[in-house]
Design a binder for this molecule. Structure first.
Ligand code: ADP
Ligand code: MG
Ligand code: MG
Length: 973
């Protein structure tokens, strides 16, 4: 099967050389005349064939054409389907508007919706769509060779005939010309990434004819200069600025501000200058309209594989698309005078979601004028005064489209001499507040069900809503205050004084002064300061750096990896180096603001709005909770965390990391005493720690009255609590407290260092080798529970053993816990219910889940460790290769963010199956970072069948939504 040499000469040259796009007419040209059409100028060297169509195709290949001939334009579609077979395509390569179906995948979003709109009877200029599949072949299939094969071109010409009939005009005819737009449109919209050519079909003769026919020379020359610019830019890659400079010069020479003030003569002169631009670039503008068409279609296809589009898809994580479709459409003209215009509008306000049109229009303008900023557009509401009839129709069209697509629409339209044309519609992008309001409103308007509303609100929307934010980031004051930008590590808005050390932040906090902690990078030593700060800004570190992870956990705004920032702690100054090399210095104590959503850093104290948990959001979250089938718990270590979790709707605590309470200054010395001291010293320390822990647990039980609280026994290696050997002061204090010399202390600390601490003496290994700590913790938990119960609280402690790999480990720990419990209950003469379960985070535990389930009363996946150990990637060092792995497609996602369903997911499913075989009602949850990741939540709920997910208190509403969306998805299947 071979399609040989069926290439457009011009394309071949376009690909081969960049300067000379157009070859002299070759000798081997095949002229294409669109049959039955009077379109004349068809002597073009459109298709260059040595041997005419050497097209072969397996005649018995099944015709799986999507678009079957069902309509009046049967000839077109039937022919097109046959062409599809001939070209080895799965789908018919061309579909006229109004006759297609909703297959966005094949028609692209724009094409599919143009078809929908014309089906609805709205006025849409006629045209047709060349499928994404053709783009795919064009770019990737060697036999197409970056060109349009003859049968496809024939079909294009045939489809064009239908458009000519419809418009009663002829492409390329000077007397009665049809002009076209060639518009890109992929299945997922890629704003600004792909190209469009307007006013195609213009040449030196057509412009004269059009001027005469319309009696509007200004319009004709305006259209011509626009075409020259767009064709030059999109097809020949002449930088747009070359044309824009000419336009600016012209406006300057004529003393006008707006291009609409240029006269016909001015525009005619501009056309001459634009042609000169081609010449200086050594390019030729094709007068032949069919050549214009084929080249433009090819250029749009080619744009799909352009560096800009590729990068965009990479950044936006867009995969598995065939390509862009091309929509060829009759032009309508917004530049025909004062009864014409063009505009862009949303069917509802996209920031707060009110039901009113939100958009802009321009009189006597075309195409991208509205968004490009060449003229200042007017608010859509003024269209009502300007053209009341058109406005009325537009409002009605909005209603029709919302009813059809059952969502807020983003619409492009043009008015030609008082007649409205619809050019594009799609579901509109919106902010968090609008997302919730629109979803709820659409339900009350009867357009969608509650379940559909739940699907319409994205996790990112809720994320925006649940953090303090800057009310209007488009406002000039805000934009002017932006000084630099880093990585948007943790969303939200923060305002405070620059503080460069832990101590400074803490001191500020005591005095009621808000701080932004600014550091080169943060370390675990900065935790207290980070906690006390309003937001965190670092010069180094990525999205998973210490600062980023900690800040996200607390829902604190954070901007990290801000490369323009240099921090001089000694001087108490930070310096920002601007793009232009200039520098700006700020002192400790100066106010700055952070936007954790965009990564922007602003000078001064910007206005912040509180999270908007309005009645509507509350209402919406009630629907969410009604439909979700799994519980959402929180990872909370303190009573304050627990309170936040409950406020956000948590069904309990899935992970209380008991050792997190050890870090407070008055406690850490006790912990050090416990680890390093003599037996008596250790015993004394345990007594103090017991008191602290009991208080904490009691506080947590109170906040969680009636809900389960899962407490994990000591997990990290002990040396994490010891002073660093570099900190002389702390070492000296600690040595004095314990009665050692500093050297003796250093020796002891050194002796505890491990080569590979993550795989070392931690988790239940500690509990087994040094049971005194977990005995103390168990006692603290149960005494706290008994105290709480005495105070009328329904305390539900679940005690969780970490890092179990063998059932014997679990048995050992369970026996220790049970014997402590028996002692406590005997001492107090009363008892309470409690459960003993385990984390599943070592692959061996997953493999032997059936054995462990015999003994353990619940499972909780520690998905971070499980991922680490399944992949063999160190969580702490993964940054050295992860970016490469993602770029090269070896990994699709960061497995520490989104659960690896194929690998780690198998272990999870296996664990659930084996565990529940033994204990059918086994409660199984997940408490790693994945518990707050929407895609992972879907897997846990629908595929793994877990009972709950547990995540940071701030992500609880997002996890609730994700869980509800998972349930809705499940219903469909
Ligand atoms: P994008 O995908 O970048 O929005 P479009 O294909 O929608 O590109 O084209 C951009 C603009 O060009 C439209 O909003 C409209 O103003 C103008 N345009 C496109 N096709 C036509 C047409 N057939 N008639 C008049 N204007 C058009
Ligand atoms: Mg558009
Ligand atoms: Mg773990």
């Amino acid at each position: 099967m071979k399609i040989s040499s069926l290439a457009l000469t011009a394309f071949v040259l376009l690909v081969g050389t960049t300067t000379h796009a157009f070859a002299p007419r070759g000798t081997t040209t095949l002229s294409i005349t669109s049959t039955g059409s009077s379109s004349s100028s068809s002597s073009a060297n459109i298709i260059n064939s040595d041997d005419n169509a050497v097209l072969t195709s397996s005649t018995n290949s099944k015709n799986t054409a999507l678009f079957t001939a069902t309509s009046s334009s049967a000839t077109t579609t039937t022919t097109a389907s046959e062409v599809g077979v001939e070209l080895g395509l799965k789908y018919c390569p061309i579909a006229p508007f109004g006759k297609g179906n909703e297959a966005k995948h094949v028609l692209g979003g724009k094409g599919a919706n143009l078809a929908e709109m014309s089906e609805l009877g709205l006025s849409v200029p006629p045209g047709f769509t060349i499928t994404t599949e053709c783009c795919n072949k064009f770019c990737n299939d060697a036999t197409w060779d970056n060109s349009l094969p003859k049968p496809l071109w024939d079909s294009i010409i045939k489809s064009l005939d239908a458009v000519q009939d419809d418009m009663s005009s002829v492409f390329g005819s000077p007397e009665n010309p049809l002009l076209l737009s060639v518009r890109s449109g992929a299945a997922i919209s890629m704003p600004g990434m792909m190209d469009t050519v307007l006013n195609l079909g213009m040449n030196d003769k057509v412009v004269e004819g059009l001027a005469k026919k319309t009696d509007n020379p200004r319009f004709a020359w305006d259209s011509y200069r626009r075409f020259l610019e767009m064709f030059g830019n999109v097809v020949l890659e002449i930088p747009r600025s070359h044309f824009e400079d000419e336009l600016d010069d012209m406006k300057y020479e004529k003393g006008v501000n707006e291009d609409s003030d240029l006269s016909a003569e001015d525009l005619q002169e501009l056309v001459t200058r634009f042609k000169a631009v081609y010449e200086t670039m050594d390019m030729q503008f094709p007068q032949d309209v069919l050549e214009q068409l084929s080249l433009s279609i090819g250029a749009v296809f080619k744009g799909w594989m352009g560096p800009r589009a590729i990068k965009y898809r990479e950044v936006e994580n867009i995969r598995n698309l065939l390509g862009t479709a091309v929509n060829v459409q009759a032009m309508v003209f917004g530049n025909m005078g004062d009864t014409s215009g063009t505009g862009v509008s949303f069917s509802r306000e996209p920031n707060i979601g009110t039901r009113e049109l939100f958009g802009e229009f321009l009189i006597n303008a075309q195409g991208e004028d509205v968004v490009s900023g060449v003229r200042t557009p007017r608010p859509i509401s003024e269209l009502e005064d300007e053209m009341p009839e058109v406005y009325k129709e537009f409002v009605e069209n909005n209603r029709i489209l919302e009813a059809k697509f059952r969502d807020m629409q983003d619409i492009e339209f043009t008015i030609q001499e008082g007649k409205l044309y619809m050019l594009q519609t799609r579901n509109g992008k919106r902010g968090g507040e609008a997302a919730v309001k629109i979803a709820v409103d659409l339900v009350s308007e009867g357009l969608i069900s509650k379940n559909e509303a739940i699907k319409k609100v994205l996790p990112e929307h809720l994320d925006q809503l649940l953090h303090p934010r800057f009310p209007d980031v488009e406002q000039k004051e805000y934009r002017d205050a932006v000084i630099t930008r880093g990585l948007p590590a943790s969303p939200g808005a923060a305002v405070g004084r620059i503080a460069m050390s832990n101590e400074k932040v803490v001191e500020n906090k005591k005095n009621g002064i808000p701080s932004i902690m600014v550091r080169d990078e943060t370390s675990p030593d900065d935790v207290e300061g980070m906690f006390s700060a309003e937001g965190i800004l670092t010069a180094r570190g990525g999205m998973t750096s210490h600062a980023a992870v900690v800040a996200r956990g607390w829902g604190k705004p954070c901007v990290c990896g801000c490369t323009a920032l240099s921090v001089d702690e000694e001087k108490g100054e930070i310096t920002l180096t601007m793009d232009d090399g200039s520098q700006k210095t700020f002192k400790e104590g100066d106010f700055i603001s952070l936007n954790g959503q965009s990564g922007e850093v602003l000078e001064g104290s910007q206005t912040v709005a509180p999270p908007t948990i309005t009645g509507t959001l509350k209402n919406f979250m009630e629907w969410v909770d009604d439909v979700r089938e799994i519980d959402v718990l929180a990872n909370a270590d303190t009573p304050a965390d627990a309170k936040e979790a409950r406020k956000n709707g948590a069904n309990g605590i899935g992970l209380c990391r008991s050792e997190h309470m050890f870090f407070k200054p008055e406690r850490i010395s006790k912990v050090r005493q416990l680890i390093l001291g003599s037996n008596e010293q250790a015993e004394e320390a345990l007594k103090d720690l017991l008191k602290f822990q009991r208080e904490d647990y009691e506080g947590i039980f109170k906040e969680m009255d009636g809900l389960p609280v899962t407490i994990r026994l000591l997990d990290p290696p002990l040396h994490e609590f010891l002073p660093s050997l570099k900190e002389e002061n702390i070492l000296a204090d600690c040595a004095e407290q314990l009665g050692f010399t500093v050297d003796e202390l250093k020796e002891k600390v050194e002796a505890m260092e491990e080569v590979n601490p993550m795989l070392g003496l931690r988790g239940c290994r500690l509990g087994i080798t040094r049971p005194s700590i977990i005995k103390m913790q168990t006692r603290a938990i149960l005494e706290a529970a008994l105290n709480a119960i005495d105070a009328g609280i329904d305390a539900k402690p679940d005690i969780m053993v970490p890092l179990v790999g063998k059932v014997e480990e679990f048995r050992n720990q369970r026996d220790v816990i049970k014997s402590v419990a028996d002692t406590v209950f005997a001492e107090q003469g009363k008892s309470c219910d409690y459960k003993i379960g385990t984390m599943i985070e070592i692959p061996r535990a997953a493999l032997t889940a059936h054995e462990i389930a015999e003994e353990a009363e619940f499972f909780s996946f520690g998905s971070n460790d499980l991922t680490q150990m399944t992949f063999g990637y160190s969580r702490d060092d993964v940054g050295s290769f992860l970016p490469d792995y993602l770029n090269k497609g070896i990994l699709q996602d960061d497995p520490f963010v989104t659960i690896d369903t194929e690998g780690v997911g198998q272990l999870i499913k296996m664990t659930v199956e084996r565990g529940r075989n033994v204990r059918p009602d086994l409660k199984i949850g997940v408490c790693g970072e994945h518990g707050g990741d929407p895609r992972s939540v879907r897997f846990f709920a629908n595929e793994a069948g877990l009972s709950y997910v547990s995540c940071s208190p701030f992500r609880v509403p997002i996890a609730r939504l994700a869980a509800a969306q998972a349930s809705v998805e499940n219903m469909k299947e």
